[in-house]
Ligand binder design. Structure first.
Ligand SMILES: Cc1cc2nc3c(=O)[nH]c(=O)nc-3n(C[C@H](O)[C@H](O)[C@H](O)COP(=O)(O)O)c2cc1C
Length: 329
């Protein structure tokens, strides 16, 4: 499975509609679900929470939990539903997540994490992977991180996504935790050097092709979150420069296909804005960007937005494309 570049799991962002949209732009990146708590996956409306379109694959389910029975059950469910990977969240610092004993606070509990991974590995055949940080609070220490990774390796985990900044569990909001603790890419590179047999995927603050290429010299893969959500068409640069695929779609082509999906989803009861909200950044950095955003906020975000309005999107898209082509000439 190709995992050289993946789109990070992002709560309220990488839902199934966003993933479908991103997949229209890139065939080669690995996609991740938002974090789903084990209890929701087991007891919630599975159709709503876990369903995905086959087009989204390769796709990983990210799960939050620390109960090994629940985690192993979710691993089984993920495999049965056709997910390609199950990933445990060991990096989220939010208070709510800490209260439920999952996310970054589990970095303090290597034994428990190893038991959870062992249970998951033994209940499914798809890869069990972990997404973690380089440290937490006062602990930003290679020896600790390396031991933590070793413990998980012994339990059967071979792929680690490492967000190259520590988590501050007290005193910083989740948003601040994405920017304030300093990035330390060298620590992740060192993990790879010390563990050449493991798949080490680096994450945090990566937004340019040159950065991706540099990290790929040191690590096995790169995971990108905000830079892709804010500018999804950046994925075409990744297709071209990293995957050497020049057969990527125009923005117009993406929207054309997305409208077909929209039409199908509306018949199933999905609201237009639940899909279109993810496309706000489609014209990021382009001439039509403001028009696009204004059109979406005037028409698509309203609760009553319907497919007839959505059809007008094509006019805006075509005008944007023309404006951009004129400038290029
Ligand atoms: C809105 C938002 C929601 C996020 N939700 C999750 C999540 O559900 N699971 C997770 O492991 N990380 C989550 N993250 C963290 C990202 O996966 C990623 O590690 C982080 O944004 C750093 O990567 P970036 O600098 O490329 O954005 C979230 C980040 C953002 C911005």
């Amino acid at each position: 499975m190709k995992k050289i570049v993946s789109v990070a799991p992002m709560m309220d962002c990488t839902d199934r509609h966003d993933r479908f949209f991103l997949r229209l732009i890139s065939k080669n990146v690995m996609l991740y679900s938002e974090m789903i708590a084990t209890k929701s996956a087991i007891h919630g409306d599975r159709n709503k929470i876990l369903t995905f379109s086959p087009e989204e694959k390769p796709l990983a389910l990210q799960v939050g939990g620390s109960d090994k029975k629940e985690l192993s059950e979710v691993a089984r469910i993920a495999e049965d539903m056709g997910y390609d990977e199950i990933n445990i969240n060991l990096g989220c610092p939010s208070k709510k997540v800490q209260k439920n004993m999952f996310g970054a606070c589990l970095m303090k509990e290597p034994e428990l994490v190893a038991e959870c991974i062992d249970a998951m590995v033994n209940s499914c055949k798809i890869p069990v992977t972990a997404k973690t940080r380089i440290g937490f609070d006062e602990t930003e220490n290679f020896t600790y991180l390396n031991k933590f990774i070793h413990k998980m390796k012994q339990a059967g985990c071979r792929t680690f996504i490492i967000h190259a900044r520590k988590a501050i569990l007290k005193g910083l909001s989740p948003k601040q935790n994405l920017n304030i603790p300093k990035l330390n890419y060298d620590m992740v590179y060192k993990v790879k050097k010390e563990n050449p047999d493991l798949n080490i995927i680096i994450n945090g603050g990566i937004s340019k092709i040159e950065e991706i290429k540099k990290h790929l010299k040191e690590c096995d893969g790169v995971m990108i979150g905000r830079a892709i959500y804010q500018n999804p068409y950046f994925l075409t640069n990744i297709e071209k420069e990293v995957f050497k695929n020049t057969n990527y779609p125009t923005r117009e082509g993406v929207v054309e296909k997305l409208l077909k999906y929209l039409e199908k989803e509306i018949k199933l009861g999905t609201k237009v804005n639940h899909i279109m909200r993810h496309t706000v950044g489609l014209y990021h950095g382009q001439i039509g960007s403001k028009n696009w955003k204004r059109y979406l906020s005037d028409n698509m975000m309203a609760r009553d937005s319907d497919f007839q309005k959505a059809k007008h999107i094509m006019t805006i898209v075509q005008n944007n494309e023309k404006a951009n082509q004129t400038t290029v000439c």
